[in-house]
Ligand binder design. Structure first.
Ligand code: XUL
Ligand code: CO
Length: 435
């Protein structure tokens, strides 16, 4: 078979290697906290960025060289891309992937024709998965690119658009089930609004919740065991998006009785667009027992939009892996590189370099997080910081068995509290010992 990536499968050569086509830190079978790295990290590649992103930006057209792609919307062309994608996964040693219906197969003149095209590609993906052991981390429907969704999909004011979106989700869910997908994601690209002057927010949220309940019902009917993921993002494309951050998503899921069917898929660049750090969003999700999966990328502090860059920051990946290890690891989710190359990096080999960097950065983050946990000083500090709550009174407060009057007695007799230092700088130094 023709090869589209001019390299062998990427080997592990260790930290002293100077080979740009080798991993310096990602060694799939190396045990960390008793578990192989590949199982901790569960790397996934997104079909949309690897195969379909032409690297356009708001000011210029695409630059990506895709010698395998004839640029047409034919099913043949879509099938050819599958071979290229699986060559890429094999060379990278990436064992999971994710897709939108419309990036694996073309949207054709009518829904029935688009469904047929999807069936053809799904059949091929199924064969490729069986041949290679690669798994589908999650599928999703693209409910944001087509002009019909300009005013929303599951929050559209138009019932016909809402129905079209429902049909697309039904089909994408069935395709995910057919490929034994481990999850199904909803990112509400157009589920928000540009102005409240024309928007009935309450009605849109009610409709969105009804839509998600229908998806849950359909999943039961077809034997898809989920979970579903919601992926928070505050803006872009909509001015205000209903799924703006982890806390907003949790509130929505609770209000509409969807908690047991959903988890969150947290993306770094979305966290920072929301004005949060990634570790904040992960911690909010994990505290609720709702951290399902991660879209592993990063933004650029100098550009105010969703640049979806590859993760290269060791502090970031260390913090991510501290949360992931802290919750006992992924179950159905993983680390999906929802990341794209810069417009200037147009060569197919740039896909390889980009993913080597992302994987190595996460492997180092994993090892660093495990070392920090083993050392124990960081968690001991935090535990100690709250130790005044560890006694009998703290327990009664937690159990709701204490009153303001009782605490008032304590305050009256106890004098002015002596505060212990938060020691932020000391702890920052401690983290640097390990990086
Ligand atoms: C958009 C984004 C999406 C979702 C899936 O910002 O991150 O690619 O991950 O629809
Ligand atoms: Co994403």
């Amino acid at each position: 078979m023709t090869s589209f990536f001019a390299c062998d499968p990427i080997p592990y050569e260790g930290p002293s290697s100077r080979n740009p086509l080798a991993f310096k830190h990602y060694q799939p079978d190396e045990l960390v906290e008793g578990k192989p790295m590949r199982e901790h990290l569960r790397f996934a590649a997104p079909y949309w960025h690897v195969m379909r992103n032409v690297l356009a930006d708001p000011f210029g057209s695409g630059t990506a060289q895709m010698p395998w792609d004839d640029g047409s919307d034919s099913v043949e062309n879509a099938l050819k891309r599958v071979d290229v994608f699986f060559e890429f996964l094999a060379k990278m040693g990436i064992e999971y992937y994710c897709w939108h219906d419309r990036d694996i197969a073309p949207e054709l003149n009518d829904l029935a024709a688009s469904n047929q095209a999807l069936d053809a590609v799904v059949a091929k993906l199924k064969d490729k998965q069986a041949e290679t052991g690669v798994k589908l981390l999650w599928g999703t429907a693209c409910l944001f690119a087509h002009p019909r969704y300009a005013q929303g999909a599951a929050t559209s004011p138009d019932l016909k658009v809402y129905s079209y979106a429902a049909a697309q989700v039904k089909k994408a869910l069935e395709a995910t089930r057919e490929l034994d997908g481990l999850g199904y994601t909803f990112w509400g690209g157009r589920e928000g609004y540009a102005t409240l002057l024309n928007t009935d927010m309450k009605r849109e949220l009610d409709n969105l919740a009804a839509f998600l309940h229908m998806a849950v019902d359909h999943a039961k009917q077809i034997g898809f065991e989920g979970p579903f993921y919601i992926e928070p993002k505050p803006r872009e494309p909509a001015t205000h998006q209903y799924d703006s951050d982890a806390a907003a998503c949790l509130n929505f899921l609770r209000e509409y009785g969807l908690m047991e069917h959903f988890k969150l898929n947290i993306e770094t660049n979305h966290a920072t667009l929301a004005g949060h750090t990634m570790e904040h969003e992960l911690t909010v999700a994990a505290n609720a027992g709702m951290l399902g999966s991660i879209d592993a990328n990063r933004g650029d502090t100098l550009i105010g939009w969703d640049t979806d860059q590859f993760p290269t920051d060791l502090y970031l990946t260390t913090q991510v892996m501290l949360v992931v290890l802290g919750m006992g690891g992924f179950r159905t989710g993983g680390l999906n590189f929802d990341a794209k190359r810069r417009r200037e990096s147009h060569d197919p080999m740039d896909l390889i370099y980009a993913h080597i960097g992302g994987m190595d950065t996460f492997a180092r983050g994993l090892k660093t997080a495990a070392a920090i946990r083993k050392d124990g000083r960081l968690s001991a500090f935090t535990q100690e910081r709250y130790q005044s709550f560890d006694g009998e009174l703290g327990k009664r407060i937690a159990d709701g068995k204490c009153s303001l009057s009782e605490l008032e007695q304590l305050a009256l007799s106890g004098g002015e509290p002596e505060l212990a230092s938060g020691r932020q700088e000391l702890l920052e130094n401690l983290i640097n010992e390990f990086i």
